[in-house]
Design a protein around this ligand. Structure first.
Ligand code: GLU
Length: 449
């Protein structure tokens, strides 16, 4: 069997990390089995779908490194195909027009709830034999028997068709709804495996019943666990960044994110974590996906990103942050890289190299050191630097006291309470700029506050 899978985002929001993870698992599965991956844009919800969201989804998938073999195929461009199959169901009396109003449906729902029945459509229009001129919606006659399937991750799952009731599958012949369009597309695109989020489980019996009614094949199903935040709650916009673009903007590398996302809900045998997409694809199996929610740990992402950053050459980092390769930039990159967690760290942690921040003279004093002592220490260091003897600063520090030497020097050079070590900064700034900053520090120490 030739594996064919799909990623089927709805362009009703920016690419969500959960959707990216689902896309990635489909991509890995296709790669592992030498199959095909189809990008299908599920834009039947006309009111909420926008070209802007579609553009973001495609852009972020590409940035992440997830390519596809067919598509993007937009559902909105396939309305004739859905209409053909809708008509077929109507002709075969497997679907019918329904004109029940919202108010009527709501009243019945309440009644059912009050008499302790799980609410569902009562089939009031089933025997009315209405036509398209009724202006109603199209309902599918849900079979009453048990509908079961074997989920490749969760095992056997079943639903009572009777409890689902007749679902609305289209608002009109040219307005198919999600469950119907998906079933037609999965057949038309010869999808063999539907790998999607756990929130799709409740839709599966509806889709299986529609496939049976239309004489379609049933694909295999695998429902992925939810992504949980640090509080083990479903990851949501309210308490975490959920858009992939937000992580990109925060300076995360696509290769790190890809590796990180692959390990949410799936892990290989053993404890290996850093793996290339190719390595993951080789060993990826649906059987190793867990049923319970997978944690999204920002600490882990930061650790992974730092790891991938350090593996990049300085020139490559310059390219990624769009910096020209000047001497100064090279120095900043070399200085920040050992501690960097994200690409943005180069701009933020390296900023003091480009421009000395304003700081208070008091910051120059190590513990209860007197301004005069700090000044003397810095003046001596200036002499050493001017004589080309900067390398002997550590020796001077042994006599003068480490804190008393390095603290004022580091603050003078960085203007910051925390920064890389003074000798590294000295090297990165170069002699002229270092001397300029040392003189500024001395002026500050001479000016009583
Ligand atoms: N369009 C659906 C979503 O974005 C995908 C559902 C499916 O994969 O069948 O959640």
């Amino acid at each position: 069997m030739d594996v064919r899978v799909r990623m089927a985002p709805s362009p009703t929001g920016f690419l969500h990390v959960g959707t990216a993870r689902t896309a990635l698992f489909n991509w890995l599965f296709a790669k592992k089995h030498n199959g095909k991956l189809i990008l299908r844009i599920e834009d039947t919800d006309i009111a909420r779908s926008t070209p802007e969201f579609e553009k973001d989804i495609i852009e972020q998938l590409k940035w992440l490194g997830i390519g596809w073999d067919e598509g993007p195929i937009r559902q909105s461009e396939r309305l004739d195909l859905y209409e053909t199959h809708l008509k077929r169901l109507l002709n075969e009396k497997k679907a019918y027009w329904c004109t029940c109003t919202k108010d009527e449906l709501e009243a019945k729902r309440k009644e059912m709830l009050e008499s302790g029945i799980a609410p569902r459509y009562d089939g009031a229009c089933r025997e009315k034999h209405l036509g398209p001129e009724s202006g109603g919606v199209i309902r599918f006659m849900m079979p009453e028997h048990v509908i079961g399937f074997t989920d490749l991750i969760r095992g056997h799952i079943e639903f009572k068709g009777e409890a689902i009731g007749d679902i609305v599958i289209a608002k009109g012949l040219k307005e198919p709804l999600y469950n119907f369009a998906v079933v037609v597309d999965d057949e038309d695109m010869a999808i063999t495996h539907v790998i999607r989020g756990e929130d799709g489980i409740a839709n599966t019996p509806k889709q299986l019943a529609l496939q049976a009614a239309l004489g379609f094949r049933h694909p295999h199903y695998a429902h992925l666990p939810l992504i949980l935040d640090a509080n083990r709650a479903k990851m949501s916009k309210r308490n975490a960044a959920t858009g992939l673009a937000e992580y990109r903007a925060a300076g995360y590398l696509p290769e790190a994110l890809m590796n990180f996302l692959a390990l949410i809900g799936w892990h290989p045998e053993g404890d290996r974590e850093i793996m290339t997409p190719e390595e993951i694809a080789k060993i990826f199996t649906l059987e190793r996906i867990q049923k319970g929610g997978g944690a999204f740990s920002l600490d882990k992402l930061n650790w992974m990103n730092a790891h991938y950053l350090r593996a990049l050459s300085d020139a490559e980092i310059a390219k990624r942050i769009d910096w020209e390769e000047s001497e100064r930039n090279k120095k900043i990159i070399a200085l920040v890289k050992p501690r960097a967690e994200t690409l943005n760290d180069f701009a933020t942690h390296g900023a003091f190299l480009l421009e000395l921040p304003a700081y208070d003279a008091k910051l120059l004093l190590w513990k209860d050191m007197a301004p005069g002592a700090a000044k003397a220490s810095l003046e001596y260091i200036i002499e050493l630097i001017e004589q080309g003897d900067a390398a002997t600063i550590p020796k001077f520090a042994e006599r003068n006291g480490r804190g008393e030497t390095f603290w004022p020097l580091r603050v003078a050079l960085s203007g910051m309470k925390e920064s890389p070590g003074p000798l590294e900064i000295l090297h990165a700034l170069g002699t002229d700029e270092s001397l300029r900053r040392l003189h500024i520090a001395i002026k500050k120490l001479e000016t009583p506050s």
